[in-house]
Structures are given as structure tokens and as C-alpha cells.
Design a protein around this ligand. Structure first.
Ligand SMILES: NC(=O)c1ccc[n+]([C@@H]2O[C@H](COP(=O)([O-])OP(=O)(O)OC[C@H]3O[C@@H](n4cnc5c(N)ncnc54)[C@H](O)[C@@H]3O)[C@@H](O)[C@H]2O)c1
Length: 498
């Protein structure tokens, strides 16, 4: 399977739009194809809407945003894509026919995935050319914020297709859950449907309103589910003997049964109760308003879970680790050349672009992003010196104790930028760096930062000597940079001319 630079989307509704936003955000180009030309405006709107929440998900250095193009020519999309994700309506015959047609235009090493909520891959791949490159990859709405994607192979799917797809989805920040065996509804929708069926019964029987049933989840189990699933939670509920005790105590109830397996008849009165109930819950708020609220708390929850390194927070953490490492890898060769005295210039450590969501009401890059750019350059330099995740886990880190920024010119959306960095001073415990942010097109200097870092033993909570290897790599850079003229902004007080 190919390395994925361009994602082809087949069908650009709710799910196609979500895939586009996620892929573009993580630097993948997208060719979106839909039979309806009016979907171009829709998908561009969907991508713009997703940007606000996505931009707050992580501050790790991201590659430049991917480019979005749209076509109504499905064959043209198939010829350009390195990976195709199908998101057309949930109808078996329509999906079979369209997937088969697309497979005749897509080169053999292009994987084709379906977002189907419940159809099985063996059925969908039946008429495909090279069916071994087909799989089901079932995402969750909003695709741009929820990391889960269920990967399911059919009878003809090659194991390599699943592996290649898992690599791609992980690259765009997802948790690829490999489903062992194809079943209608895969794993998650089977579980979700069981819950929904019970809701419909209880509304139908007049036991509770839609709002009361939602409260029964939101104030209780829903909070637990973000970090631990039903099984682990029940293991805890069983006390010292865990799941064994839990099954002994509550197992018999499963047979009574509390729940009903057959869905109720969807009568008009039941549909009315469901619709009226959810309208009351929405309390006049539009779908867009509710989506924004949902997106905001989904971002916040993932950031909290990241602290505990569980669930979606663990996915976010490993994504960030990869992004920081990618930034550092690009800088590593330059740092090594500088330390060996071969590069006589300040180091161009970070190459980036002003992402549209970084721009404030003036149309310029907003204040906080300058500090972020300098922070990312520092991270790349420190990783080269040996201060990486393993070093931090050993309880040692460099803390920022002082920053002095100067702003000299503005940067607009999509402007390519780079940060040039120098080591001004290093001793056992302290490191002084100087960064300059430049516009790539004319090398104009936009801002500078002089920053002082203190090496700290995090457990003891006090300054400590840094590792000798880290210090000697930083000292080699300092010696190389000492040959450059001193930066006029270094050592300046705020408001005083240099
Ligand atoms: N909505 C969800 O919550 C959700 C979640 C996970 C998976 N899915 C699955 O994703 C798929 C798409 O669902 P959706 O909610 O985005 O549907 P949708 O109705 O919002 O979008 C479907 C799009 O496909 C286009 N289309 C129809 N026929 C086409 C064809 N032959 N070629 C190209 N485009 C065509 C339509 O114009 C429309 O824009 C379904 O299989 C669904 O089961 C949906």
C-alpha cells in the first residue's frame, strides 16, 4: 500500500466532511468527490466549522495544512488518491455498485475503505477490482474530534491492507480498533443500538422522557465511560474479587430479563414522543449551536484524559509525541552540523506556516502563537540535546523561568515562517536561548525571543545539574554560535532601544 499524501473522499455529507477536516488538519491533501456539485460549498463550510475546535485540540507542531479540492468526477478522484474513504448513503446495492466503479480507476496499491455503520466488508467488496485492498473503517461523528475508527476486513481483505490502514489512521490522530471478525453493526454500533432500543421501549411505555433517560447516562455512567469501559468499571464495582463477584451477584438479573431484545414498533405516537422530547432538550438551540457546545467539551475532555494517559487522552498523547519527534527529526541534522562547527549560521530549526485558525480579528497571527512557535523550536533543540520523553520521565526537565519577546512585523494567514535559534549560554543548571521568527518569502524578521531555562529535578522540586551528555551537546552548539555577532535584542529591557 502507498504512503498517503492525498485522501480521496467518495461522498461528502456529514461523515465525508468530518474526514476532510481531520485529514487536512494533519497535513493530508483531500480530493472530495460527490455526485451533487452543491456539496462543494457544504464541505468547505464543514471544514471551516471544524477548525475552531480542532485548533484547540493540540499545540504540538503540525505540518502545513493539506489542500482541499472538489470534483463530481468520481473516476478523477480515484486516479489522484493514495487512499479512498467511501461515505455515501447506507444502502448495500448503491455502495457495491459505486465502490466497484471506483475500484476500476484506482491503482492496485490504493486502499479503499468504507465508513459503513453496519454493512459487512465481504458484502461490500464483492464486485471490486482487487478486493484484497478493501476494508471497513467505521468512524464516529464528529470524525474530526473522536479518535475511534473500527477496522474490519472481509473474506478477501489482505492482512497488509488492515495494517496499512491502521498506520494511516494513527497518523491522522486516530485509535484504530481492529475488529477480529465481521458482524453486522461491528462492535460499537451493536452496543449503541442495544442502549437505543431500551430507550425506545421506555419512551414507548411512558416510563421516562428522552431528557430523563439522557440524564440517567450523562450524570452517571457517561462520566465513567470516557476513561474506562463497562467491563473494567464493573470489575471495580465487584470489590476485591472484581468481575467474578460482580457476575455472581448481578449475573442472575441478566436472565430475568430487565431488558428487551426486540425493538418496539416505530409507531407515529412513539416517533412524536422522541421528536418532542429531544426538541424540549434542545431548548431552542440550533443544531450548529449544540454542535459547537459538543465540540468544545469533547476537546476539553480529551485534554483532561491526556493527563491520565487513558482512552482518547492516550491517543492524543502519542500523536503529540510523534508530532514533536517529527519536528525534532527535521532539525537534528542541522543541529549536528552546527555542533561540529560546519554550519556558521543561526540554526533554522522550525519551518512552519501561519495556520488560518491562528489569525486574530486584525488578520495577523495572534500573540500566543509567537510563544508557541518559539516553544516548538526550543523543544526541537532540547530533543537533539537528549531531553526527550524518556529524559522527562526520569524526573528531569528544563523549566522556562524567563521569556522576553519583541514583535517587529506582522504575519498573515498561510504565510510560511521559520525560526532561527542560537544557544547563548549554558552551564550546569541554566540554558539561555535566542530565537528569531522570520517570514520565509523575504527573510524579514517578525519577532525574537530570549529565554532562560532552569534544569530541574521535578520530584525534588528544585534546580539540579543536567545530564553531562546533554550539557556537552548544548555547549558544542554554544561554541559554534559564539562566532556569530551577538543579537541586538538579547539582554534588552522592555521599552528600551537596543
Ligand atoms: N452520520 C453518522 O453519524 C455516521 C457515523 C459513522 C458512519 N456513518 C456512515 O457514513 C456513511 C455516510 O453517512 P452520512 O451521514 O455522511 O450521509 P450523508 O447523507 O450526510 O452523505 C452522503 C453523501 O453521499 C453523496 N452521494 C450519494 N450517492 C453518491 C454516489 N454514488 N457517489 C458519490 N457521492 C454520493 C450524497 O450526495 C451525500 O452528500 C454511511 O454509510 C453511514 O452509515 C455515518
Amino acid at each position: 500500500m502507498r504512503q498517503v499524501r492525498t485522501l480521496g473522499l467518495l461522498g461528502t455529507g456529514v461523515i465525508g466532511g468530518g474526514w476532510a477536516a481531520r485529514a487536512l488538519h494533519f497535513g493530508i491533501d483531500v480530493v472530495a468527490a460527490d455526485v451533487k456539485p452543491e456539496m462543494e460549498a457544504w464541505i468547505r463550510g464543514a471544514v471551516a466549522n471544524a477548525e475552531g475546535a480542532l485548533s484547540r485540540l493540540t499545540f504540538a507542531p503540525l505540518p502545513p495544512k493539506g489542500r482541499l479540492s472538489f470534483t463530481t468526477d468520481l473516476a478523477a478522484m480515484a486516479r489522484q488518491a493514495d487512499f479512498i474513504q467511501e461515505n455515501i448513503p447506507e444502502q448495500l446495492e448503491l455502495k457495491q455498485r459505486t465502490l466497484a466503479a471506483v475500484s476500476r480507476h484506482a491503482p492496485r496499491d490504493v486502499a479503499i475503505a468504507s465508513s459503513t455503520s453496519g454493512l459487512t466488508p465481504s458484502d461490500l467488496q464483492r464486485d471490486l477490482e482487487f478486493p484484497e485492498r478493501f476494508l471497513v473503517a467505521h468512524p464516529f461523528n464528529p470524525v474530526y474530534l473522536l479518535p475511534l475508527v473500527e477496522l474490519v476486513g472481509g473474506q478477501a481483505t489482505a492482512a497488509e491492507t488492515i495494517e496499512a490502514a491502521a498506520r494511516f489512521y494513527t497518523h491522522i490522530g486516530m485509535h484504530a480498533l481492529k475488529v477480529r471478525r465481521e458482524i453486522p453493526g461491528h462492535l460499537t454500533d451493536r452496543l449503541q443500538e442495544a442502549l437505543w432500543r431500551e430507550i425506545l421501549h421506555m419512551v414507548n411505555d411512558g416510563v421516562a422522557t428522552t431528557g430523563e433517560l439522557d440524564d440517567s447516562i450523562v450524570y452517571g455512567p457517561g462520566l465513567r465511560w470516557a476513561g474506562m469501559g463497562t467491563n473494567l468499571i464493573y470489575h471495580l464495582a465487584g470489590g476485591e474479587t472484581g468481575m467474578r463477584h460482580m457476575l455472581r451477584q448481578f449475573g442472575p438479573c441478566l436472565k430475568w430479563p430487565w431488558t428487551k431484545l426486540e425493538a418496539p414498533e416505530l409507531t407515529e405516537p412513539l416517533i412524536d414522543r422522541m421528536v418532542e422530547g429531544t426538541q424540549q432538550q434542545a431548548a431552542g438551540r440550533s443544531i450548529r449551536e449544540l454542535e459547537r457546545l459538543r465540540d468544545d467539551y469533547l476537546v476539553a475532555i480529551q485534554q483532561v484524559l491526556r493527563q491520565f494517559n487513558i482512552g482518547a487522552g492516550a491517543t492524543l498523547r502519542s500523536l503529540e509525541e510523534r508530532l514533536y519527534e517529527a519536528g525534532a527529526a527535521a532539525a537534528r541534522g542541522k543541529l549536528a552540523a552546527a555542533a561540529a562547527g560546519q554550519a556558521g549560521d543561526a540554526l533554522r530549526l522550525l519551518e512552519t506556516q501561519v495556520r488560518p485558525e491562528w489569525v486574530d480579528y486584525n488578520g495577523h497571527m495572534t500573540d500566543s502563537r509567537y510563544l508557541q512557535e518559539f516553544g516548538d523550536a526550543t523543544d526541537a533543540l532540547l530533543r537533539y540535546a537528549g531531553v526527550d520523553d524518556a529524559y522527562r520521565r526520569s524526573g528531569r526537565a528544563l523549566y522556562t523561568v524567563e521569556s522576553h519577546l519583541t514583535h517587529q512585523a506582522e504575519a498573515r494567514a498561510l504565510e510560511p515562517l521559520y525560526v532561527a535559534s542560537r544557544v547563548l549560554e549554558v552551564d550546569d543548571k541554566r540554558l539561555r536561548l535566542f530565537h528569531a521568527l522570520h517570514r520565509a518569502r523575504d527573510d524579514a524578521r517578525l519577532a525574537t525571543a530570549e529565554q532562560l531555562y532552569l534544569h530541574v529535578d521535578s520530584a525534588a522540586g528544585r534546580a539540579s545539574a543536567m545530564d553531562a551528555g546533554v550539557r556537552s551537546r548544548l555547549a558544542a552548539l554554544q561554541a559554534a554560535h559564539a562566532r556569530l555577532p551577538p543579537p541586538s535584542e538579547a539582554g534588552r529591557l522592555a521599552g528600551r532601544a537596543g
